[in-house]
Design a protein around this ligand. Structure first.
Ligand SMILES: *[C@@H]1O[C@H](CO)[C@@H](O)[C@H](O)[C@H]1NC(C)=O
Ligand SMILES: *[C@@H]1O[C@H](CO)[C@@H](O)[C@H](O)[C@H]1NC(C)=O
Ligand SMILES: *[C@@H]1O[C@H](CO)[C@@H](O)[C@H](O)[C@H]1NC(C)=O
Ligand SMILES: *[C@@H]1O[C@H](CO)[C@@H](O)[C@H](O)[C@H]1NC(C)=O
Ligand SMILES: CC(=O)N[C@H]1CO[C@H](CO)[C@@H](O)[C@@H]1O
Length: 698
């Protein structure tokens, strides 16, 4: 008999025998009595009061880092790969790509990192920066970023963070609004700054991270700006020669002003105090099991995102190691990695990583493609294994982690796991909802749980988090120990806390994690933040959720995305879009509802392959794809397909767009039409396609 078959028969029999012993469902969130607007509130089942700090006597991030460095002295903290060579490679269509050959990780231990932080901190003051002025860090995720951040904390200097993908206008706005005097940046960012230098009234000093080839930008900056230009190393040297005493912050001092890429208008700066961030770190401590010095963390998401900033601060607090990489060099097959050399994850072998759903989707598609390409026995085995594991995770807990798992892992999933270094034990996902399918896929292939979080920059990323042993999909978990979550009625939208079978309503988040508000924007702050009669602060998220009986939250809608039509019916744009996206002709879709009409319309980015296939079959002729998108028959075909999707998903008649416009150009984050997490920027899209939308309603 084929040894493979013995391989799966034994475990199947064993796990069938064990399957009866199901895990008893436990309550992860329990109701709690709170003040403020009436609603249905839930707290974490283990903590009666919101957690403020996990570390006794520690009240700020600066204290936390110092304590940790004194404790873990010679353990590795910050790891960076040395560049061995850089080459340009050209693809068949003539475009050229940069390919990197990167070396092993080289580490700075906690004691060395602390020395660098103290030096940079002193150097900053010696270079003329005043404590009450703000520093902006505008660079890719890397060790210097973390050092600059911690250095500022030690001098009670507020750090302003900006997304690298924000446009010029947003960049200008955030630097100007916070009156930043010193910017820490890399080469690419320096170039962007020079382009807008004439609009930056307050910037006096630019500290650049030395990179090969930066001299061109430096010379340009010297010629065209009045900035003082210093290298990162120079500031370090300045500080080491003339140390300055630390000037530690208070818990209520603002640690970071984080500009969020809102889906509308200019970005808003969220003020986070040391207490806010500390509360979130303390809460996440309780979520990830056995976090500690054995952990190695893969750092590659933008540090300007609260998820990454909080994750790295947490790693540095527990004695773990942080290895830096980038999304484009993450795996051996990543686009910037030279063929035959190691990607970041293979070189680092991390145990923990954070991810946004878009990246996990990419990993899943990559694995599927590879398996399909192999075909034959490999594909069959993979599918059998996958389905066995799927039903095991779904049903019996013993089956999920027992003997059979070991065998399947040995047989097939080891190879998949190797893509991310082979040692991952926990993945934190946040930033946008993760599809159930992807969650399962990663669960099974990596053999590691995914903690899915829900939180906003405004709540310092802390709100809910799914516990590591929660194997359900589509939900975002129970409240973190630092937050209370309350649902309040939104009668207009038809969501009530008295709804059956589950209470539904707008999600309101309260606790020490809730931030002070938006920088220089009192009106907006007062609109969405409220303090109750018991002194607790609440943030009104605008998201609609429902609570499952075990106290876990599910996000079901967004208030902003619900429009009341002229005839009084409510259309939930997101829900309709998700339903219609099932049509094969849809690559992306935005439904638009005008309150002055009784029907909605849609912009559809057409899936090129599918539409061209249809045109070929129908003998429709066209010169280019843009022309095909204007073809009346093509529009009819897509409408028909949408109607079918609407029927399958049981949409109401008024929810089905009456007219559509086909778009030939994809919507990408670079074009500014969707966010980095690929969420639609409705306002921007509406503006861009103003005329088309007007025509659809004409
Ligand atoms: C920290 O800086 C802020 C803003 O400059 C200031 O208001 C606050 O008093 C400082 N905190 C301490 C402990 O000096
Ligand atoms: C910068 O801010 C000042 C006031 O803080 C304002 O007068 C000026 O117009 C702003 N400039 C830009 C380019 O936004
Ligand atoms: C800067 O100015 C110097 C001298 O005026 C000139 O030689 C050099 O080409 C300029 N560099 C750039 C990048 O404009
Ligand atoms: C998993 O369980 C859910 C309900 O508990 C069920 O609807 C679903 O079909 C199951 N999936 C598999 C693959 O067993
Ligand atoms: C800014 C904020 O909401 N701070 C609160 C943090 O939590 C403590 C205790 O729960 C409150 O006293 C603060 O007002």
């Amino acid at each position: 008999m084929n040894p493979y078959f013995v391989g799966f028969l034994v475990p199947i029999v064993v796990s069938l025998l064990l399957q009866k012993r199901r895990k008893v469902g436990n309550k992860r969130g329990v109701p709690v009595d709170v003040g403020g607007e009436p609603g249905y509130a839930i707290r974490n089942h283990r903590f009666e009061h919101p957690v403020e700090t996990h570390w006794e006597g520690i009240t700020t991030l600066a204290e936390l880092f110092e304590k940790s460095c004194n404790e873990y002295l010679h353990m590795p903290l910050l790891g960076t790969r040395k560049l061995i060579s850089k080459e340009m490679e050209s693809s068949p269509d003539g475009r050229s790509f940069e390919k990197l050959h990167l070396g092993e990780y080289e580490w700075k231990c906690y004691a060395e990192a602390f020395k660098s932080v103290c030096n940079f901190s002193s150097g900053l003051i010696r270079s003329g920066h005043q404590n009450n002025e703000r520093v902006a860090v505008f660079a890719e995720t890397r060790a210097e970023w973390q050092i600059a951040l911690q250095a500022c904390f030690r001098q009670n200097i507020t750090v302003v963070t900006i997304y690298a993908s924000l446009g010029e206008e947003a960049l200008c706005h955030s630097l100007n609004e916070t009156e930043v005097t010193t910017v820490v940046c890399g080469q690419k960012e320096l170039k962007k700054l020079i382009d807008i230098s004439w609009q930056l009234d307050t910037v006096k000093r630019v500290i650049y991270i030395n990179e090969e080839g930066i001299s061109a930008e430096l010379s340009l900056a010297r010629n065209s700006t009045s900035w003082a230009l210093e290298s990162f190393d120079e500031i370090d040297r300045l500080g080491s020669e003339a140390p300055v005493d630390a000037s530690m912050p208070l818990p209520s001092d603002v640690a970071v002003i984080m500009y969020t890429s809102g889906s509308t208008g200019l970005p808003k700066g969220v003020m986070m105090t040391h207490r806010n961030v500390l509360a979130t770190l303390s809460a996440v401590m309780t979520v990830v099991p056995e976090l500690g010095r054995k952990d190695i963390y893969m750092a590659y998401l933008p540090l300007a995102h609260i998820l990454e900033l909080a994750a790295e601060a947490l790693m540095a607090a527990v004695g773990a190691s942080i290895g830096y990489g980038s999304a484009l060099t993450l795996t051996d097959t990543s686009s910037k990695i030279k063929k035959g050399t190691l990607g970041d994850a293979s070189a680092l072998k991390p145990t923990l990583m954070t991810a946004v759903p878009a990246i996990l989707d990419r990993v899943r598609d990559g694995v599927r493609k590879k398996v399909d390409a192999k075909g034959g026995v490999v594909k069959k085995l993979f599918n059998i294994g996958y389905n066995r594991r799927l039903s095991a995770i779904n049903g019996s807990w013993l089956g999920a982690w027992g003997v059979e798992k070991l065998l399947w892992d040995r047989l097939i999933f080891t190879n998949v796991r190797a893509i991310l270094g082979g040692k991952i034990r926990f993945v934190l996902s946040g930033g946008a909802p993760l599809s159930g399918d992807t969650q399962r896929f990663i669960n099974i292939c990596l053999g590691a749980p995914i903690g899915q979080g829900y939180g906003l920059t405004e709540t310092c990323a802390g709100a809910t988090f799914s516990e590591y042993d929660d194997t359900s999909v589509g939900r975002v978990g129970a409240p973190l120990p630092c937050s209370y979550i309350k649902l309040i009625d939104w009668a207009e939208g038809g969501y009530l806390t008295t709804d059956s079978p589950m209470p539904r309503g707008e999600i309101v988040i309260g606790g020490p994690n809730v931030t002070k508000g938006y920088f220089k924007n009192e009106a907006k702050t007062n609109e969405v933040y409220k303090e109750d009669e018991r002194g607790l602060r609440w943030f009104y998220s605008g998201d609609i959720g429902r609570f499952h009986p075990d106290g876990c939250l599910e996000i079901i809608d967004r208030k902003k995305d619900i429009v009341k039509l002229q005839n009084g019916e409510y259309v939930s744009l997101g829900k309709v879009e998700a339903a219609l996206a099932m049509s094969p002709y849809v690559e992306n879709i935005m439904v638009h509802a005008d309150p002055f009409h009784s029907y909605c319309v849609a912009l559809v980015v057409a899936a090129r392959n599918e539409l061209e296939k249809w045109a070929l079959q129908q003998g429709v002729t066209y010169t280019d794809f843009t022309e095909l998108c204007q073809n009346k028959e093509a529009v009819q075909e897509v409408l028909g397909s949408l109607a079918q999707a609407a029927k399958q998903t049981r949409l109401e008649k008024f929810e089905m767009p009456a007219k559509v416009k086909l778009i030939s150009d994809p919507w990408t984050p670079e074009s500014g039409l969707v966010t980095a997490a690929l969420k639609l920027k409705r306002e921007v899209l509406r503006k861009k396609y103003e005329d088309d939308l007007a025509q659809l309603y004409a």
